[in-house]
Design a protein around this ligand. Structure first.
Ligand SMILES: CC(C)(COP(=O)(O)OP(=O)(O)OC[C@H]1O[C@@H](n2cnc3c(N)ncnc32)[C@H](O)[C@@H]1OP(=O)(O)O)[C@@H](O)C(=O)NCCC(=O)NCCS
Length: 337
């Protein structure tokens, strides 16, 4: 039976490190507040004047993933690109990756599921692989958040959390016993769409003509990311365990056998809460939010790539990846590496 395995992973983060103290120079915040509430010590920012864009970050991560898989751009049958910070409002970043990598005129799908973007993308890749349609799919999560964050005190509740970066995985067809994606689940609850969102431009609050009006009524809340932090936190700590349990129930695997849990790096406190709820040991959970902040669709593939580099994942290991975020959307992928 055909199953999906990950044959190569890669990641890239911008060189420019922004510490909590650096943020305190431009807004009313401090290292203690940020560390205590989020666990974040520093993050990477491309910055407003960078020549690179989100698709360029994706290219760098994808090149590493393809190299590690022993494949070239010509071997890739399909691209799935997840981001909430695309180069253009449209078209999406998938086609830019196709062109920049020099792939054939293969299909390129864009996923707009924010923090759950990589889980949705990986689940979709898995369905295409198991159906026999494609053999090698490049799945990328990349974000250039720093371009659109409100770097003033007004935006501090959101801006201190997010960082830039990209992660990628080559998902390939495999028939070897004891390996591959075992179960996936994806969920959404649109009634909370505006609890974590960028509202403008869009067809509800306004489009380009509104921007051009001299007396336009656009507010900072509409153009910058808006987050109801407390509410997001409460929902996340409920949905994470639900989704993990569902992944295990569908699979016949036992949570005691889990080698590594890779949560979306939303907030260290959320990950620690979920760890306690699930009864996992420290060595079973991967955290790198301290270094990168929340990189949204890039967070799980960056963590996955680092975990592989550190030798924390070996062939046949049971791995669970789970995300929750804007939409709200959430979901998991459970696999034997
Ligand atoms: C965002 C989050 C860290 C805020 O922590 P919190 O304990 O809920 O803090 P609050 O929002 O209640 O704010 C507490 C106070 O700190 C202030 N504050 C907010 N951001 C601040 C910052 N960066 N530095 C200093 N003070 C800050 C607030 O203005 C508020 O001040 P007040 O009491 O005088 O009104 C927390 O809600 C959280 O982690 N939520 C989940 C977010 C998340 O994971 N998002 C990604 C999901 S994918």
């Amino acid at each position: 039976m055909i199953k999906s395995i990950i044959t190569g992973t890669g990641h890239y983060v911008p060189e420019n490190t922004v510490t909590n103290d650096d943020l305190a120079k431009v807004m009313d915040t401090n290292d203690e507040w940020i560390r205590e509430r989020t666990g974040i010590e520093e993050r990477r920012h491309l910055g407003r004047n960078s020549e690179l864009s989100t698709s360029d970050l994706g290219v760098k991560a994808a090149e590493m993933a393809m190299k590690n898989a022993g494949l070239t751009a010509k071997d890739i049958d399909f691209i799935i690109f997840a981001t909430l910070s695309p180069d253009y409002f449209f078209p999406g970043c998938g086609v830019l990756l196709q062109q920049k990598l020099g792939c054939d005129t293969i299909g390129a799908l864009d996923v707009r599921n924010q923090c759950s973007g990589f889980i949705y993308a990986l689940s979709t890749a898995d369905a295409y692989i198991r159906s026999g349609i494609y053999k090698n799919i490049l799945v990328v999560g990349a974000e250039d958040h720093s371009f659109g964050l409100d770097m003033t005190t007004r935006g501090r509740g959101v801006s201190v959390i997010f960082g830039d970066g990209a992660g990628a995985a080559v998902v390939s067809a495999n028939e070897e016993e004891g390996r591959g994606i075992i179960s996936t689940n994806m969920h959404s609850q649109g009634e909370y769409a505006e609890e974590l969102a960028v509202l403008f431009p869009g067809t509800i609050y306004g489009w380009s003509d509104v921007l051009l009006e001299e007396d336009n009524q656009i507010t900072a809340d509409q153009i910058y990311p808006h987050m109801n932090g407390n509410f997001v936190f409460k929902q996340a700590v409920t949905r994470f365990p639900e989704s993990i349990k569902e992944a295990f129930e569908k699979s016949g695997e036992k949570i005691e056998d889990l080698k590594l849990f890779i949560p979306h790096q939303a907030n260290l406190r959320i990950s620690q809460f979920v760890q306690r709820q699930m009864g996992l040991r420290d060595d079973q959970v991967f955290n790198n939010i301290q270094k990168y902040g929340n990189t949204t669709a890039a967070s799980i593939p960056i963590a996955l790539s680092e975990a592989v580099q550190q030798g924390r994942i070996q062939k046949g290991d049971l791995i669970c990846m789970t995300a929750f975020g804007s939409g709200f959307t959430w979901g998991s992928v459970l696999m034997r590496w």
